[in-house]
Design a binder for this molecule. Structure first.
Ligand SMILES: Cc1ncc(C[n+]2csc(CCOP(=O)(O)OP(=O)(O)O)c2C)c(N)n1
Ligand code: SF4
Length: 308
C-alpha cells in the first residue's frame, strides 16, 4: 500500500511539473496594443491585423510622441482597429470617423490624427465627409481598408465592390460602377495618395510613414479583400490564395495618374504612390488669409507662439 501511495505521489509531482504554465514570450507589438482586448474579433487570414502591425511599425518609424497621436475608427470589421491600438483612440459611429477626426485636429492642431476604417465607412455613408476633408486639405491621415464589401453586416455590395463580383445583395454579380478611391480623393485635392495591398507589408509601412509625416490630407488605400465573405462568395480561395493573386497581379506604378488605377474584378491592379504634392493645409490657409484681412487683431490658431 505504502509503495503504491509513493508511486501516486510521484506521478502527481511530474504532472504538476508538466502542467506548469509555460513562459509566454511577449509579442513585439504588445506595448502598442490593448492586450486586455485580445483575442481580437477578426477571422484568421483576414488582412486587417497586417494593416495594424504595419501602422504600428510606421508610427514607430516616425518617432512621434505617442501622446500626440490619436486613432479614430468608425463601425465595421476595420472599424475595430481603434479599439485594439493602445493610443488615444476613438471608436465612433458608422461613417463619422472622418468628421470626428477633423474635430480633434481643429480643436488641438498639435495632434497627429489618423483615421483607420473601412471602405464602406469612409467612402459610402461617410463619403461626403471624405470629399470635403480632402477638398479643405485638412491635415489628417486616412488609412482606408478596402475589403470590397460591407463585411461586418454580412457581405453586401459596397461602393468599392468590383463590377461582376458576387455579394449577398448581388447574387448574380454587381452591376454598379465602383469608386476608384485614389482618383476620388486626388480629384478633391488630397496632397498624398497611395495604394498597397496587405501583401506589401514593407512598402505599405513606408507609405504609412510618409503619409503620417505629410502636412495636409493624406490617404492610403489598403486592398485587403474580406476572406470570409467576399473571397468565399467569389470562390477566390483562402487568404493565402489572395496573397498569391496580389503577388502575381499587383503592378507598382508610382506616379500613375489616379484616374488610371481603377480596379477590375480579379485583374491586374496598380499600386504605389500616386500623389505627393505640397499646398497649404486648411489651418495654414485660415491663418494666412485672416491675417491679411484682420492684421494684428487676428490671433492665429494652432501656431506656436515663437512662429508668429
Ligand atoms: C448609421 C449606421 N448605418 C448602418 C450601420 C450598419 N453597419 C455596420 S458596419 C456597416 C458596414 C461596414 O462596412 P465597412 O465600413 O466597409 O467595414 P468592414 O466591416 O467591411 O470592414 C454597416 C452598414 C450602422 N452601424 N450605423
Ligand atoms: S468578416 Fe471579412 S473583413 Fe471581417 S474580420 Fe472576417 S475576413 Fe476580415
Amino acid at each position: 500500500m505504502k509503495e503504491t501511495m509513493e508511486k501516486v505521489k510521484k506521478v502527481h509531482k511530474t504532472r504538476k511539473k508538466v502542467e506548469k504554465e509555460p513562459e509566454i514570450e511577449q509579442h513585439p507589438l504588445e506595448s502598442w496594443l490593448r492586450m486586455d482586448r485580445i483575442p481580437h474579433i477578426w477571422c484568421s487570414t483576414c488582412g486587417i491585423g497586417t494593416v495594424v502591425s504595419c501602422f504600428v511599425e510606421a508610427l514607430k518609424k516616425t518617432g512621434f510622441d505617442r501622446n500626440d497621436v490619436c486613432v479614430v475608427s468608425g463601425i465595421g470589421c476595420s472599424g475595430r482597429v481603434a479599439g485594439y491600438i493602445k493610443q488615444d483612440s476613438f471608436h465612433t459611429t458608422h461613417g463619422r470617423a472622418v468628421p470626428f477626426a477633423v474635430g480633434l485636429k481643429l480643436a488641438n492642431p498639435r495632434l497627429k490624427v489618423v483615421v483607420i476604417s473601412g471602405d464602406g465607412d469612409i467612402s459610402s455613408i461617410g463619403g461626403n465627409h471624405l470629399i470635403h476633408t480632402a477638398r479643405r486639405n485638412i491635415d489628417i491621415t486616412i488609412i482606408c481598408i478596402n475589403n470590397f464589401t460591407y463585411a461586418m453586416t454580412g457581405g453586401q455590395v459596397a461602393p468599392t465592390t468590383p463590377l461582376t463580383a458576387v455579394a449577398t445583395t448581388a447574387p448574380y454579380g454587381s452591376y454598379e460602377n465602383p469608386f476608384n478611391l485614389p482618383s476620388l480623393v486626388a480629384s478633391c485635392g488630397a496632397t498624398y495618395v497611395a495604394r498597397w495591398t496587405a501583401l506589401h507589408v514593407r512598402r505599405l509601412t513606408n507609405s504609412m510613414t510618409e503619409a503620417l509625416q505629410k502636412k495636409g490630407f493624406s490617404f492610403v488605400e489598403v486592398i485587403c479583400p474580406c476572406t470570409t465573405l467576399y473571397a468565399r462568395k467569389n470562390k477566390l480561395g483562402s487568404g493565402l490564395d489572395l496573397m498569391k493573386f496580389y503577388h502575381d497581379n499587383a503592378e507598382i506604378a508610382h506616379g500613375a495618374d489616379p484616374n488610371d488605377v481603377d480596379i477590375q474584378f480579379q485583374s491586374k491592379i496598380k499600386v504605389g504612390k500616386f500623389v505627393d504634392i505640397d499646398k497649404p493645409s486648411y489651418l495654414d490657409a485660415y491663418n494666412d488669409y485672416l491675417k491679411t484681412k484682420l492684421g494684428d487683431k487676428f490671433k492665429p490658431w494652432g501656431v506656436d507662439e515663437e512662429e508668429h
